[in-house]
Design a protein around this ligand. Structure first.
Ligand code: SAH
Length: 490
């Protein structure tokens, strides 16, 4: 993070703008909206600013910038087309510890202004750190269309009840839940449908009723996070991720996904790497139960799908034994994610009429599987956890009846920007993989569908390959006339 995001109170505080053109006018507009008292230093003013000045809404100092102009200001904006003046304003501001912004010159700025969706008092600020104002603008447009204009009025309504809520529900945690429940439920529905008074009355009643019993106990959200790409999360996963008090995550959860968990949530790594368990499964179960019994909302975040080689069944079993409420959210399992992103249609009807998910996990140097059942024609087999057992898998599949020329693929870090697909046959794949620096997680796909990959591959991650893992284990409706502003590097 290159910039620290803050919202600054400038009401009735003195702000200096150096420059009197239209660019300065845009900034002045914003400063005045936030209640700032604006002084403009410039030999000339554009028409818009002249009008403001004649109405006494800004102060005008009719000359060039002098260093002592900045004294007593909370912030300074330089918006002249003279580089030298801009530079002097920047230096002077920085020397005196006054926040300074130079329009379109990020290197001279100590603060930049974000693109903004303004539903005052609700404000959404977007910044790309000055790298791409256009991207920020595009995002802003999307958010504008997602956040109804009435959200601002909703925030005002909530504000009116805050003090009372504090008195009625002194416990911060319970109060937060109360607000979440209220805002996710009927109050929100009424408000968005335009029945603002009814929404207020419902909120009033809800406060009278206080906190209901459901809010006092903890809960566990057992959530599948998919194979790596955050875009492959489900809506429900994302919603629960935003509501968690604590997250217990495993090594397959990528940092990009963890980023989407509520910022204040405590993070507990329970990752399991091959051969050394950071936390044994029993301890994880106990941890989930303890945290829930403490009244927390516990997010158990797992790679892929919790019920596919994810030990979700054991966790659910224990939660039920202890009477702990839970929600279970399926995720895109690695086989589905990797196959799609590799261009391998697992059950292409010309090739396979059955699909088997198997574990290639080694126990005592061997893999205990029913090879006769796996080595069948017209069938695709996907091996999870099979990297170290790859030579055994290929050997056994051939020994039990599949031709050695059967196509086989290894998908490395599927769906992520680091995805690679190594394709060979049962005979050649182990050597191909040996020659590469393969990083977990990897998935092995065996069957004639793999031959289609050459034609159907479509996903070409174009990020420069970072030869490490992106996963934790491996190193770890409308706008209704509301306004917004664009991010500017200055
Ligand atoms: N519950 C998970 C699987 C957990 S077992 C799911 O449904 O996907 C862990 C194994 O999943 C890894 O050893 C690897 O074989 C596979 N895997 C998970 N994510 C993967 C990815 N992005 N690319 C390749 N394989 C992956």
């Amino acid at each position: 993070m290159d910039f620290f995001p803050i919202f600054m109170r400038i009401r009735d505080r003195s702000c200096l703008v150096v420059g009197g053109g239209v660019v300065a006018a845009r900034k002045i507009d914003l400063l005045r909206k936030a209640g700032g008292r604006v002084t403009v230093v410039s030999p000339e003013l554009c028409l818009e600013l002249t009008a403001l000045q004649s109405r006494g809404e800004i102060e005008h100092v009719e000359r060039g910038f002098r260093e002592d102009d900045i004294h007593g200001r909370v912030l300074v904006v330089a918006a002249t087309d003279d580089q030298e003046v801009n530079r002097r304003v920047s230096q002077c501001g920085q020397q005196h510890g006054i926040a300074v912004n130079v329009v379109d010159q990020p290197d001279l700025c100590s603060f930049i202004t974000p693109a903004m969706v303004d539903r005052s008092p609700l404000q959404i600020a977007i910044s790309t750190g000055g790298t791409s104002p256009v991207l920020a603008r595009l995002l802003r447009a999307r958010i504008e269309s997602l956040v109804p204009a009435s959200y601002g009025r909703l925030a005002t309504l909530v504000e009116g009840f805050r003090e009372r809520a504090k008195r009625c529900i002194p416990n911060t945690e319970l109060r937060r839940r109360f607000w979440e429940r209220v805002l996710e439920g009927p109050v929100m529905e009424l408000f968005l449908s335009g029945r603002e008074r009814a929404a207020g009355e419902t909120l009033d009643k809800a406060l009278d009723a206080g906190v209901d019993a459901r809010d006092t106990g903890g809960e566990v959200f057992l959530v599948g996070a998919g194979p790596g790409d955050p875009d492959l999360l489900t809506f429900r996963a994302l919603r629960l991720m935003q509501r968690a008090d604590v997250v217990v995550y495993d090594n397959l959860v990528s940092p990009a996904i963890l980023e989407l968990v509520r910022r204040d949530a405590e993070r507990i790594y329970a990752g399991k790497k091959r051969n050394h368990h950071t936390l044994p499964q029993g301890d994880i179960n106990d941890l989930l139960i303890r945290l829930a019994q403490e009244g927390k909302r516990v997010l158990r975040l797992k790679g892929g799908d919790p019920f596919i080689f994810g030990r979700g069944g054991e966790e659910v079993d224990r939660l039920m034994q202890h009477g702990i409420p839970f929600q279970l959210v399926p995720g895109i399992t690695a086989a589905a994610g990797c196959a799609s992103f590799a261009g391998i249609p697992l059950t292409h009807r010309d090739h396979a009429q059955a699909l088997v998910f198997a574990t290639g996990h080694l126990q005592d140097g061997t893999i205990d599987l029913n090879w006769d059942m796996l080595a069948q024609p017209h069938q695709t087999v996907v091996f999870y956890m099979g990297l170290s057992g790859l030579p055994i898998i290929c050997r056994e599949m051939a020994a039990h009846g599949l031709p050695a020329s059967t196509p086989a693929a290894l998908v490395e870090q599927g769906t992520t920007q680091n995805q690679r697909v190594l394709v060979g046959t049962l005979e050649t794949l182990p050597d191909i993989v040996k020659g590469e620096e393969v990083q977990p997680p990897t998935l092995i796909i065996v069957g004639s569908v793999v031959a289609l990959q050459q034609r159907l591959q479509w996903f070409r991650p174009d990020a420069p390959p970072t030869r490490g893992s992106l996963f934790a284990s491996c190193t770890t409706p409308e706008t209704r006339g509301a306004t917004g502003t664009a991010e500017q590097a200055g």
